[in-house]
Design a protein around this ligand. Structure first.
Ligand code: NAP
Ligand code: MG
Length: 566
């Protein structure tokens, strides 16, 4: 594996070792399912009176883990622990924090098979995407460590203001805010928990983590990596339970100094509004939904475009914030492109995502499964055509989980609401456009601006980068039209309704979001400058010479007088 670096763009042809390691880990986990896991507060396992069973979407008979149904009192306990640990952690030299976080990242890498297998079973992600999520998490943490080092802990010597008679020294330092809350979604449970957590911790904040209820188990396994790396008690706290009660209590806690929320637009915007009802404003980084277009020009390489669009439309069953959920094709190549998409989509293998041959697993839960049926009903009512899919699968083993067919829809009028609504399912709408200007107008006419893809010639590509309103944009990429960002290569974040900070995770400007600036100006009375002293000496010497001359003159005069007298 030495020469292989797992990313979302390299995963299509992995070394055999990845498969054998993964298979072993699945077997071991399946033999040992259903254990109870605590919350983790102040370095201790904490158990709630109420529990919930964590079922797999592959087969709902599988109880993967028994988890705690935390409540407002656990929210408070976690906040207090984080508050108490803050002075110690924030005053730990950043070099030491970096060391501990690198250790955590390397433990995550060491456990890639176990974590990847658990993720496939809990999220329903295929094996390569699952291991990709784990590796991305380690890389996001490494990236924050690298940024901290590269920027020398964000201590910057500023200019010295010219004060007469005084000396000033001005230093800019970035310092942690305090207690940071990370609320994460189900679809990238590791990267979108571990990434922000790593940044918050390297910066010197202490943490409270609340994962999506659907992925409480896998995030607990991630928290174990922070614990096992030796991060001190109280620095990383982890609570599980419903967003509407426990999550809300966390957001409403007066202890919170900063938040990173990744999830849906509706939950994120509500949180943003609730969070604003305070004595003063505090930072909240929102990473929200997407309605990502892929545009195909008449000059595109259609094979490349089809491969990239298939991967982005249906990877993780369309449940990526970066999924290509809208495809806009120029009229002259529309029929040919649609035929290719139909052919490729029908070859995707739906099944147990722990199996090597499976590309698509189930959707996350019963609600999403029901949404899939409802959206397809609505699409039928609108008179559109199902180019592929449109149905759930219930035959055989499929009936035990939430399996949905990869669905391409054509002929849905552009005025229909589903062209603008994030369905977050394996449903992608395809539209025919007269020209690229029409495609761009439709592409930008949504509330979101997360990712976008384009296939066309070089001049058109420049035009696309200039016009598109999105935070992550790709051209002519077979590895994914709109998906597959990797830290350090494609920092990830959204414009408009897709994000609040305007700075992308895994990029140059991300880590400073977790710190506030403080200027240290210290002033002291100036000593006489050495250069001036020399000058003063010269003047003094001149004065002495002058005095001597005067003395000599006086003496001469006296001699003269005396001589005269004589
Ligand atoms: P979600 O339903 O919005 O939930 C996200 C998180 O918020 C979960 O941990 C959830 O807990 C919690 N939550 C719910 N209500 C809350 C409340 N009132 N207060 C505090 N927390 C609350 O999102 P999801 O279904 O997990 O994830 C899918 C969404 O995430 C999509 O919209 C997708 O586009 C977006 N996403 C965005 C990015 C990005 O980087 N921009 C990346 C990935 C996903 P429970 O699970 O307990 O309800
Ligand atoms: Mg949800």
């Amino acid at each position: 594996m030495a020469n292989f670096k797992l990313t979302y763009a390299t995963m299509f042809n992995p070394p055999e070792e990845l498969h054998t390691g993964f298979d072993k880990a699945v077997a071991a986990l399946k033999a040992n399912m259903g254990q109870e896991y605590g919350m983790f507060i102040n370095g201790k396992e904490v158990f709630a009176d109420e529990k919930f069973e964590d079922h797999s979407p592959i087969n709902t008979d599988w109880v993967l883990a028994n988890m705690q149904k935390g409540n407002a009192s656990h929210a408070q306990m976690a906040m207090e622990a984080a508050r108490k640990a803050f002075p110690m952690w924030s005053h730990t030299p950043w070099q030491q924090r970096v060391k501990l976080l690198r250790k955590a990242a390397s433990l995550i890498e060491d456990r890639i098979f176990e974590l990847g297998a658990a993720m496939a079973m809990e999220v329903g992600k295929n094996r390569m995407e699952s291991m990709g999520d784990v590796q991305e998490t380690a890389d996001l943490i490494y990236y924050s460590c690298y940024q901290m080092e590269k920027n020398n802990g964000y201590v910057v010597e500023m200019g010295r203001d010219p004060l007469v008679g005084y000396e000033a020294r001005n230093v800019s330092v970035l310092r942690p805010y305090g207690v940071w809350l990370v609320v994460s979604p189900f679809n990238f449970p590791h990267a979108l928990t571990g990434g922000p957590s790593g940044a918050a911790l390297v910066a010197g904040n202490t943490l409270v983590i609340k994962p999506a209820t659907d992925t409480a188990w896998i995030v607990r396994l991630l928290v174990d990596c922070f614990r096992d790396a030796g991060i001190p008690d109280g620095v990383v706290n982890f609570v599980t339970g419903p967003g509407s009660t426990l999550g809300q209590a966390l957001v409403d806690s007066p202890e919170v100094d900063g938040v990173t929320f990744t999830g849906s637009f509706d939950v994120g915007m509500k949180m943003y509004q609730d969070y604003a009802k305070r004595e003063y404003a505090r930072p909240m980084i929102l990473e929200l939904g997407g309605k990502n277009p892929a545009i195909v020009s008449k000059n595109a390489d259609l094979e490349t475009a089809a491969v990239g669009i298939i991967r982005s439309a249906f990877g993780l069953q369309g449940q990526k914030c970066s999924a290509a959920s809208r495809v806009l094709i120029e009229e002259p190549v529309y029929n040919e492109m649609v035929a290719r998409l139909k052919d490729m989509a029908s070859k995707l293998v739906l099944g147990d995502p722990t199996d090597r041959a499976t590309y698509n697993g189930p959707v996350i839960n019963k609600n999403s499964y029901q949404d899939f049926k409802d959206f397809n009903e609505e699409i039928s009512q609108a008179g559109a055509t199902f180019l592929t899919g449109g149905k759930v699968r219930t035959d055989g083993d499929y009936g035990k989980g939430f399996f949905c067919e990869s669905t391409f829809v054509t002929d849905l009028p552009f005025e229909h609401r589903l062209w603008k609504h994030e369905m977050f399912l394996p449903i992608t709408t395809i539209g025919k456009v007269k020209n690229l200007d029409e495609a761009m107008a439709i592409a930008n006419d949504v509330n979101y601006g997360l990712t976008a893809g384009f296939y066309g010639n070089p001049a058109e590509t420049e035009w696309f980068f200039d016009k598109i309103e999105a935070g992550v944009t790709y051209a002519n990429r077979p590895q994914g039209a709109s998906t597959g960002a990797w830290p350090g290569f494609q920092p990830f974040g959204g414009w408009k309704g897709s994000g609040s900070s305007g700075k992308n995770a895994g990029g140059h400007y991300y880590l400073p979001l977790y710190m506030h600036e403080q200027i240290h100006t210290s002033v002291k009375v100036a000593k006489a400058a050495p250069a001036k002293k020399a000058a003063t000496k010269k003047v003094a010497a001149k004065k002495v010479t002058a005095k001597k001359t005067v003395k000599k003159a006086v003496a001469k005069k006296a001699v003269k007088k005396a001589t005269k007298k004589k």
